[in-house]
Design a protein around this ligand. Structure first.
Ligand code: FMN
Length: 134
């Protein structure tokens, strides 16, 4: 493409499970009806956010992003969720853009939350290596 595929939307509340139970809180993106959502899977993305109505982005941060229905928890709705690296805050109500840099893997239905969490740690390490090489 010559540029990264971009998805934009407003950050909405998920079930809260990610932060509470898994230790990986995610910013869930509410996408426009006809948005071109990439295939289910896990991606390394740049996450750019700004307050609604603001003209300038606040910052761009690295994120490990999940696209899928959370099969481990037998979810039914497809969500786009960003675990934003190295921040301790939520982005509720903000306008966000995701630039999809690389696909890491497909969605997996894990047998336990522990297995999912172990894989998420690996996803985050890969995202860091791809987007923030030393
Ligand atoms: N859910 C799955 O069922 N299988 C996966 O392979 C999977 N991979 C993920 C990878 C990353 C980097 C992230 C951030 C999430 C992943 N998820 C996966 C989604 C989690 O199930 C989801 O974030 C969790 O259920 C919290 O949902 P919530 O936003 O409703 O709190």
């Amino acid at each position: 493409l010559g540029r990264y595929h971009r998805l934009e939307g407003i950050v909405v509340r998920g079930t809260g499970r990610g932060g509470r139970e898994l230790g990986y809180p995610t910013a869930n993106l509410s996408t426009p009806e006809f948005a071109a959502i990439p295939a289910d899977g896990v991606y390394a993305c740049w996450f750019t956010h700004r307050q609604r109505g603001a003209t300038e982005p606040e910052q761009t941060l690295a994120a490990a992003v999940s696209v899928g229905s959370n099969p481990t928890f037998s979810g039914t709705e497809r969500t786009v969720e960003a675990f934003v690296l190295d921040v301790d805050r939520d982005f509720y109500g903000e306008y966000a853009e995701l630039d999809f840099v690389d696909r890491l893997r497909g969605m997996v239905r894990f047998d336990s939350a522990d297995e999912l969490v172990a894989r998420m740690a690996q996803d985050v390490a890969e995202t860091r290596a791809l987007l923030m090489p030393r």
